[in-house]
Write a protein that binds this ligand. Sequence first.
Ligand code: ST9
Ligand code: ZN
Ligand code: ZN
Length: 362
Amino acid sequence: MAPNITSAPTGVLFEDDPSIGVDGPQGGKPRVVDTYVPQACDQNYKRRIVWRNVAIFLYLHAAAIWGAYLMFTSAKWLTIVWAFLMYQAGGLGITAGAHRLWAHKSYKANVPLRLLLTLFNTIAFQNHVIEWSRDHRVHHKYTETDADPHNLNRGVFFAHVGWLLCRKHPDVILKGKGIDISDLEKDPILAFQKKYYLILMPIFCFLLPTLLPMYMWGETLSNAWFVSTMFRYVFTLNMTWLVNSAAHKWGNRPYDQSIAPSENIGVSIGALGEGWHNYHHVFPWDYKAAELGNYRANFTTGFIDFMARIGWAYDLKTVPAAMVQTRVERTGDGSHEVWGWDDKDLSKQDRDLAQIVNKKVM
Ligand code: ST9
Ligand code: ZN
Ligand code: ZN
């Protein structure tokens, strides 16, 4: 017999099935089902600021600005190179790891690559992969609604960093519970990272990046801390957050003009290839997270391609050109890049309307 289901105002449904518990109003256990549609932005929702986070992020940013000053005035050049390498490594742990591998499953990786990406990811300290990927799946499924952790409708500042300074909207948690993350929880490497995160993260994000320049090339504690740790960490954070703010606000929308995510080359360069965000939201399973462009504007794709060449990455998913073209013509804003007459993306309409003068007489 079908279970007796009643709706609660929150959108949680209670299933009247004794086998699954006795917590709900009719003896059923609350079970989240996908009938509740979150609003774009409930103006009456009162945000609850987490002052501890405000204080921490204020310190981090002040320390990073001081680090930028020291970078130009007293740090050794090896320390600057080291900070850059840590930015690239941590960045790849987010882009190639948490984002393209784990949140979107756009390719598969063998154990050595998963271990390397977990290490890189821990350097970046953006929460453990399971939490990051869960929030990111919610972001894609409920983009620009109250269930989106960094809902752009609450403003660019909220989408950038404000969402980390206050309690989550209840819809984020409600809808998040309906997202399947069992694949991530089953991964023993990710389970290990989650279990020991509060030990691993301070070591790889803060301790080693500071101690190594001091012991390897005699850098001062102050330069090591403020340049290679504070500046590098905050810079990587902001490059990541720009994808949620700038690349959801400014840029072209050649693949779907009805959504906010946009193509932003500036963000792409800083975020290792993650600013082609209109494409990415339309085809989130593409391991390139972009259609066009080269490795300079998509370092992460270069990294994954290299890993595929040595056999560490495999089953790379991408989107056939014809499928992209159909989508461009159906929902794009007309800004899709065309290199010239025979470009596959030149629409039939433009081709038919184009004027051809001085035609060769047969
Ligand atoms: C950081 C993350 O910076 C950045 C992510 C950016 C994403 C970008 C994506 C763009 C695409 C990729 C581009 C990459 C480019 C990279 C370029 C690199 C160069 N579903 O969280 P709590 C549950 S982190 C289901 O405390 P509050 C949760 O399990 C920076 N459930 O919520 C828990 O339940 P239980 C460092 C959910 O209290 C309960 O709810 N980290 C979900 O509202 C409470 O969870 C920080 O600064 C969900 N989605 O607090 C930490 N969410 O108790 C900042 C939650 O049963 N975070 N739940 O376990 C915090 O302090 C808090 O999370 C808070 C919210 C204050 C923000
Ligand atoms: Zn997005
Ligand atoms: Zn994504």
